[in-house]
Design a protein around this ligand. Structure first.
Ligand code: CP
Length: 290
């Protein structure tokens, strides 16, 4: 068995082979994991990640159990640790977990005999999101080396940015960041959105993550879009073959003009479709691995 905590702990060979397998699944390859039961334990809200894992599990002929935290014994004070251990004890074959705490998975090292797949940890990592982002970029351009990606928005609260910055650089991409000063994580340097947009292959917007802000971020959607968002004017400055990405959920009219979400450059819904195939490949990788 193998865990998937983050992409930092995976070799480039492993990452590229997961992407290859995801493409095979998209092209119609099948695998039969009947008899395997997966518990999807989402302690934080999710639409895409949880439901595309469920879809992936069904396509692999697995059965799924989905925790509803609101009617679980978490309400009686049971911890995340004991909840996860309970699912292992009742016999599931793997757990997919999303939780608010960064690196929550560390408490399970050497404590679980089944694979743990990280569906997002706080502002830490979101490995399956990055894999589906990479799949979408690879489908578009065929290569990673030398491709330029601008990630824009609430960088400091974004697990998607964290994971993508590391893996995109490791794959030889050029990664640029733009953000309002209040959302700048000081580990990185930043560029001016308007100065670089015309040179980018990928413009990846991030949601303003109001729920993670310790202090309320005071602005209006119009002001944010005009200063830091992908407006129609900025879209017009993009290269002809450049693409728009967003992990979603998106705030239409904040970080992206609503019409652009379904415009010709947008790959946002393609990212969501690819999420199913990437998660099929990840489930197979974790359950079949040495
Ligand atoms: N991109 C993403 O993780 O979406 P959800 O929060 O809906 O799972």
């Amino acid at each position: 068995m193998r865990n998937l905590y983050n992409l930092k702990s995976l070799s480039l060979d492993d990452i590229l082979s997961i992407l290859k397998r995801a493409s095979e699944f998209k092209a119609g390859a099948v695998a039969d994991f009947s008899g395997k039961i997966i518990a999807n334990l989402f302690f934080e809200p999710s639409t895409r990640t949880q439901n595309s894992f469920i879809m992936a599990e069904k396509k692999l002929h697995m059965q799924d159990i989905n925790l509803n935290p609101v009617v679980s014994s978490l309400q009686k004070g049971e911890s995340l640790y004991d909840t996860v251990k309970t699912f292992a004890a009742i016999g599931v074959d793997a757990v997919v977990i999303r939780a608010t705490e960064n690196e929550y998975y560390k408490q399970f090292e050497n404590k679980l005999q089944i694979p743990l797949i990280n569906g997002g940890d706080g502002s830490g990592d979101h490995p399956t999101q990055s894999l589906l982002d990479l799949m979408t970029i690879q489908e578009e351009f065929g290569v990673f080396l030398g491709k330029k990606c601008l990630i824009v928005g609430d960088i400091s609260h974004s697990r998607v940015a964290n994971t993508n910055i590391e893996i995109m650089k490791r794959l030889g991409m050029e990664v640029y960041l733009a953000a309002p000063s209040v959302f700048q994580n000081q580990n990185y340097s930043y560029v001016d959105f308007d100065e670089v947009i015309g040179d980018m292959d990928v413009v990846m917007l991030l949601r303003v993550q109001h729920e993670r802000h310790a202090e309320k971020y005071h602005t209006t959607s119009e002001r944010y879009l005009q200063k830091y968002g992908l407006s129609k004017e900025r879209n017009a400055k993009m290269k002809k073959d450049a693409i728009i990405m967003h992990p979603a959920p998106f705030n239409r009219g904040w970080e992206i003009d609503g019409d652009l979400c379904e415009g010709g450059k947008s790959r946002i819904f393609e990212q969501m479709s690819n999420g199913v195939f990437v998660r099929m490949a990840v489930l197979e990788y974790c359950l079949s691995g040495e």
